[in-house]
Design a protein around this ligand. Structure first.
Ligand code: PLP
Length: 383
């Protein structure tokens, strides 16, 4: 299945990603098996499913049994409905009053981030004459969105609801991969205290959720509640940890390969300079290939003169500045390659492999930013 330019086969693409929906489903299934029957897995498909393609990925996950999906904003949620997604969809990243109508029309479940917003949504539900579902986000230490009001005030606010229906209580962990920090335990304890106070006040939301990728893959069960929100792990990355982390308990594999092609091959004499600001100057006779991607396609500019790609099963270092549409690489050590030949940016080829964590390390960024940064003009091929 392809989602490229009409009339163009992938064999003619300059730059594309190959996404295995089968691998994404296998990752989801493995995560759900680890979570067990008492915990639902809600795959996070925000940011175009970390650029794997939200519509195709969401439909595959729903067909594989996912009972929930999560996005960041209302527009993303509407997109899933228009693509035919039927399961509950949570909008996690906040919304504006002008977006309430679309939330209700498209049966999206918002995460509400303050008691004022909860009251306001309740009034809106009243005007609409509908028992609209919401989940409430508690700031247990992320210090960003989420209510910081006392448990008593939260309980009172929930008891005051007339129309909206509080189906869930959530929080977001700030340092879940950092096992040198005690912040996660503190946040879990704070969330438990709010939940206890609500119970004492007779309020027991059906769904409780705290965990993104790392507390799921590294089985921090006390942070699971009965719903977990992994994103990165669904795409095959178990998350990075610092300190004495327990072992990862689930085998997930990357589902996306990123490829481009050689546009031209040149033999450079010593002293030949390459690209903007002449960041590279050949110190020895160098065979160079110019490849058909640049920072407009999502290859970080920070990889200028650093980082590498795979050509004919060998590493080819980036030379000179990564430019908007083109990048130069040193293929002196690679088997012969002709214009049109494939280049692997992410994926494995021969015995070599580069994933988004590797590329992120070289660029001084994080795997999330590499994946989400894959540009709009990069074609998607589903395999
Ligand atoms: C993005 C996000 C997630 C998923 O995070 P991963 O680290 O990719 O698993 C979970 N919860 C919230 C609130 C998020 O914004």
């Amino acid at each position: 299945m392809e989602e490229g330019s009409p009339g163009m086969a992938s064999s003619t693409y300059r730059c594309w990603v190959e996404v295995s929906t089968g691998q994404i489903v296998a990752n989801y299934t493995a995560i759900q098996a680890l979570a067990g029957p008492g915990v639902d897995v809600m795959p996070v498909v925000k940011a175009d499913a970390y650029r794997h393609g939200a519509a195709v990925v969401s439909l595959a996950l729903e067909a594989a049994g996912a009972r929930w999906l999560a996005v960041s904003n209302v527009e993303e949620g509407v997109g899933l409905r228009l693509a035919g997604v039927e399961c509950p969809v949570m909008v996690m990243g906040g919304f504006f009053p002008c977006e309430r109508e679309a939330l209700a029309t498209h049966r999206l479940t918002p995460l509400v981030h303050s008691m004022a917003q909860l009251r306001d949504y309740d009034r809106f539900a009243g005007e609409r004459g509908a028992a609209l579902p919401v989940h409430l986000d508690v700031d247990s230490g992320m210090g960003r969105l989420g209510t910081s009001e006392s448990a008593e005030a939260v309980a009172e606010g929930i008891r005051g609801l007339r129309h909206a229906r509080l189906d869930g209580l959530s929080t977001h962990l700030a340092s879940s991969g950092d096992y040198t920090s005690t912040q996660t335990e503190e946040q879990i304890a704070k969330f438990a205290a709010v939940r206890e106070a609500l119970r004492a006040a007779g309020v027991e939301p059906k769904w409780l959720h705290l965990s993104s990728t790392v507390p799921v893959t590294h089985a921090r069960r006390e942070a699971w509640g009965n719903l977990v929100r992994p994103g990165l792990a669904v795409y095959g990355y178990p998350g990075l940890c610092q300190g004495e982390a327990p072992a990862c308990e689930v085998a997930v594999k990357p589902a996306l390969k990123w490829k481009t092609r050689v546009l031209e091959v040149k033999d450079l004499p010593v002293g030949h300079r390459v690209g903007y600001n002449a960041l590279f100057c050949a110190q020895r006779p160098t065979r160079m290939a110019v490849i058909a991607l640049g920072y407009a396609d999502g290859l970080p500019h920070a990889l200028s003169n650093r980082g590498r790609v795979i050509v004919a099963g060998e590493w080819a270092p980036v030379i000179g500045a990564v430019s908007m549409d083109l990048t130069a690489i040193d293929i002196t050590g690679c088997p012969p390659v002709a214009p049109g030949g494939e280049v692997t940016v992410l994926g494995s080829e021969g015995g070599l492999r580069q994933d988004a964590e590797d590329l992120a390390r070289a660029a001084g960024t994080i795997s999330y930013a590499i994946l989400c940064g894959i540009g709009r003009r990069v074609k998607h091929v589903y395999i």
